[in-house]
Design a protein around this ligand. Structure first.
Ligand code: URA
Length: 438
């Protein structure tokens, strides 16, 4: 086979065979195809698209490029979740302890943040001593022992995706639904769970800005998962304003702990319970037990209310070397040197809290990293005080900036100020979810 023939075939809008796709990915992973041909391939896919059979073949070829995790020792049926990335999205910190508290084992490999998107590992590292570098046997043994382990990627899961993603990042080929779907699903399939809940974000703070595009991405990922024998659920959730109130690593951990204590922001609580309910539902159905989504919601609310989710979180923190006192007293988490408030210039109703400028402000304050090896500051970020639909009076606090280094403070403050729109007319609270796909 020749790379150029495959590129031309896709350029001309024809469907590629599984053999052609497998050959191309194998050869690219082995450095037998240069980046310029792989870039042309990605651009042809972006412009011409791929059908489900092609995307499944692409996903499987990327899975086959590396190792896969065997979770059979963790449980007969293991469930995983994935979020396509959102501002203030600390859902894993609440959802995973909750489902684990109800007997659904979790051994999850999470990622770090890059650019505006946060990463679960960075958030957990805000807890003093917390070790995310678990060897694979340690991750599995901990999940067997306490039902919950959360680490960084140890094995080479889908290395072809790592290589292709870096290339797409610099060739304008990230926003292609088949390429995003195969990229996400290759890592999820290699990570070993039988049931996968996808939280596909839609809105101005997400990859997918329109509901139609998010639905297409979700349908494609569900199709890939089904084609390779996984049980799939995809939720479409809104990402126009930050999820919850906190954006920034320690701030988000504190919010997750307050949520597990039954004292979380209403939207974040509802969002977490819904994601968790679908994980529990999949686990029950996968184990051959009667599954009922309302019963799952009820059981999870009870585990939130009686502190079983918080206990599980504390067990994980202790098992991974973190300081459990920070779970009992979140004010011990890293704190920024100063806080600066942004206040409402007029009274009215909050019509918009734009997620992207809030994320950018937190990033400028030091909460994120531009390059993989940049250091982040766990203490800094933005805590929004009001959300869309809330009534405010002139002078009310809209948001608080948590600051250590004032260099970018003015720019961050301006971004937060501009993120808010206040309307004279009442504004309805937006929906949290736009649909669910099984
Ligand atoms: N996340 C991924 O893992 N891959 C993409 O292509 C986009 C988002």
């Amino acid at each position: 086979m020749h790379a150029v023939d495959i590129i031309e075939k896709k350029r001309d809008g024809e469907a590629l065979s599984p053999e052609e796709i497998k050959w191309f990915i194998q050869a690219y992973t082995a450095d037998d195809i240069p980046d310029y041909q792989a870039a042309a391939f990605c651009m042809a896919v972006l412009l011409r698209g791929m059908d489900t059979a092609e995307v499944t073949a692409l996903t499987l070829a990327m899975v086959a490029s590396g190792d896969t995790l065997d979770l059979s020792a963790v449980g007969d049926y293991v469930v995983d979740k994935h979020s396509s990335g959102g501002v203030g999205d600390k859902t894993s910190l609440v959802v995973l302890p909750l489902v684990a508290a109800l007997g659904v084992p979790v051994a999850k490999m999470s990622g770090r943040g890059l650019g505006l998107s946060g990463g679960t590992l960075d958030k957990l590292e805000a807890i003093a001593g917390f070790n995310v570098n678990l060897a694979e046997d340690v991750l599995i043994a901990q999940a067997q022992r306490i039902g919950l382990a959360l680490g960084g990627q140890t094995r080479q899961l889908a290395p072809a995706d790592g290589k292709l993603y870096a290339l797409r990042d610099v060739t304008g080929t990230v926003p292609s639904i088949p390429l995003i779907a195969s990229s996400i699903m290759s890592k999820k399939i290699a990570a070993g769970a039988q049931g996968i809940v996808l939280d596909v974000k839609v809105g101005e703070g997400a990859f997918m800005e329109s509901i139609d595009a998010a639905r297409e991405l979700a349908a494609m990922m569900v199709g890939i998962g089904r084609n390779v024998g996984r049980d799939m659920v995809a939720l479409l959730s809104s990402m126009d304003q930050p999820l919850g109130l906190a954006v920034g690593n320690a701030l988000e951990v504190a919010e997750a702990i307050h949520t597990l204590r039954g004292d979380g922001p209403a939207d974040f609580v509802a969002h977490s319970l819904e994601v968790a309910a679908h994980m529990l539902y999949l686990a029950e159905a996968g184990a051959g037990r009667p599954a009922d989504i309302d019963a799952a919601r009820g059981a999870l609310s009870a585990a939130l209310d009686d502190g079983r989710g918080l206990d599980k979180f504390r067990q994980m923190v202790s098992a991974q070397g973190g300081d459990p006192r920070m779970v009992d007293e979140p004010s011990l988490l890293p704190q920024a040197a100063q806080t600066i408030t942004v206040t409402a210039p007029t009274g009215g109703y909050v019509a918009r809290v734009a997620a992207r400028p809030i994320a950018r402000a937190a990033f400028l304050l030091g909460a994120g990293r531009e390059r993989k090896d940049d250091k982040i500051d766990p203490a800094v970020g933005v805590r929004v005080a009001v959300k869309v639909g809330d009534a405010v009076s002139a002078g009310d606090v809209l948001a608080t900036l948590h600051v250590n280094d004032s260099a970018a403070l003015d720019q961050a403050r301006q971004l937060v100020e501009a993120a808010y729109h206040i309307s004279a007319e009442p504004v309805a609270r937006p929906p949290l979810f736009h649909g669910v796909m099984r």
